[in-house]
Write a protein that binds this ligand. Structure first.
Ligand SMILES: [Zn+2]
Length: 275
C-alpha cells in the first residue's frame, strides 16, 4: 500500500442486531465476520480497529442504522463504543422517520452525544429522502456544515423497494439545499451511475462514495473520475466487502494520477469532515 486510507463508509453494530438476511447477503460477502465479534456476537472495538489497520485503513466514518424491517437496528451508541477508544474513527448519526416520531429531536440527541454528520438509508429504512419531515435536518446540517450521507442505489435485501432509490429524490434534496455537503453512497449503484456523475458536476457540494462498487468498473461508471477527483470518496462498506485492501489496490491500477488517488483515498474526506 502506497498511501494512507480514510474509509468514509464503515458499519458498526452487534452481529445479532443485523437481520439474518443482512448477514447472509452482505456481511458474509467478506471474510471479516469471524474476526471482529466475540462469542456473544458483540463487536470488539480492538479487533475491529486491528483488522482495519491490517487492511491499511487509518481512520474512517462509523455508520449506525435504523432499518428494523430490512437490515436491522444498529443504534448510534455502537459508534461511540469504537470512537471513544479509537478517535481516528468518526461517529455519524442516523434517523428514520418511520422509527423516530421526532427526527429532529433524535438527531439533536445524537449531536449532543458527539456525532459529526448524518447517514440516511431510505432504501433499507423504507422512506423517501425528499420526505419533508427530513427537511429541518437538512437545514440544520447545512447551517452547521455537517455532511449528510445517503444510501444512493439499489439493495438486494428482501422487502426493499426501488421507489426509495429513485435518483430524482436525491437530486431534489441537492437542488433544494445547494449548500448542504451531501454524499451519494454507492454512487447510484444499479442503474444510475451516469445521473450520479451528473449530480456531482451540477451540484457543487455533492460527492460520490465508491463503497460497494467493483473498483475495476469505476472509470466505466464515471468517465470523469480523474477530472472530478475532488468529488469522490473511498469507502468500503466494511464488514460487507470481499476484500478492503484489495479494493484500494485495484483503485491504484485504474491509471488515475497520484493526486487524484490521494484526493479519493483521504484528502476529500478530511476536508469534508473539517479534520
Ligand atoms: Zn453501507
Amino acid at each position: 500500500m502506497d498511501m494512507e486510507v480514510f474509509d468514509i463508509h464503515l458499519h458498526v453494530g452487534q452481529l445479532f442486531e443485523w437481520s439474518p438476511e443482512a448477514v447472509r447477503l452482505w456481511m458474509d460477502t467478506g471474510p471479516y465476520r469471524p474476526l471482529i465479534y466475540d462469542d456473544q456476537g458483540c463487536l470488539v472495538p480492538d479487533k475491529f480497529c486491528r483488522v482495519l489497520a491490517d487492511e491499511g485503513v487509518t481512520g474512517g466514518v462509523l455508520l449506525p442504522e435504523y432499518s428494523p424491517e430490512t437490515a436491522g437496528t444498529m443504534p448510534v451508541e455502537r459508534c461511540f463504543e469504537v470512537s471513544e477508544r479509537f478517535p481516528q474513527f468518526v461517529p455519524f448519526g442516523a434517523v428514520n422517520p418511520l422509527v423516530h416520531d421526532d427526527v429532529v429531536g433524535e438527531f439533536e440527541r445524537q449531536l449532543a452525544l458527539g456525532v459529526k454528520g448524518l447517514k440516511l438509508h431510505g432504501v433499507h429504512g423504507l422512506y423517501l429522502v425528499n420526505d419533508r419531515r427530513l427537511y429541518p435536518l437538512y437545514e440544520l446540517c447545512r447551517d452547521r456544515g455537517l455532511p449528510v450521507m445517503m444510501h444512493a442505489g439499489t439493495s438486494i435485501f428482501p422487502r426493499t423497494k426501488l421507489k426509495h432509490a429513485d435518483p430524482y429524490l436525491y437530486d431534489e434534496v441537492a437542488a433544494d439545499f445547494p449548500a448542504l455537503p451531501l454524499v451519494l453512497c454507492h454512487g447510484g449503484r444499479g442503474f444510475w451511475y451516469q445521473l450520479a456523475e451528473f449530480m456531482i458536476i451540477r451540484h457543487p457540494r455533492v460527492h460520490i462514495d465508491i463503497s460497494g462498487l467493483p473498483p475495476q468498473n469505476l472509470l466505466r461508471y464515471y468517465p470523469k473520475m480523474e477530472r472530478m477527483s475532488e468529488k469522490f470518496l473511498f469507502g468500503s462498506d466494511f464488514p460487507g466487502v470481499p476484500g478492503l485492501k484489495r479494493n484500494v489496490e485495484a483503485l491504484g491500477r485504474l491509471g488515475l494520477s497520484r493526486a487524484a488517488r490521494e484526493n479519493i483515498c483521504r484528502r476529500n474526506a478530511l476536508r469534508l469532515l473539517g479534520l
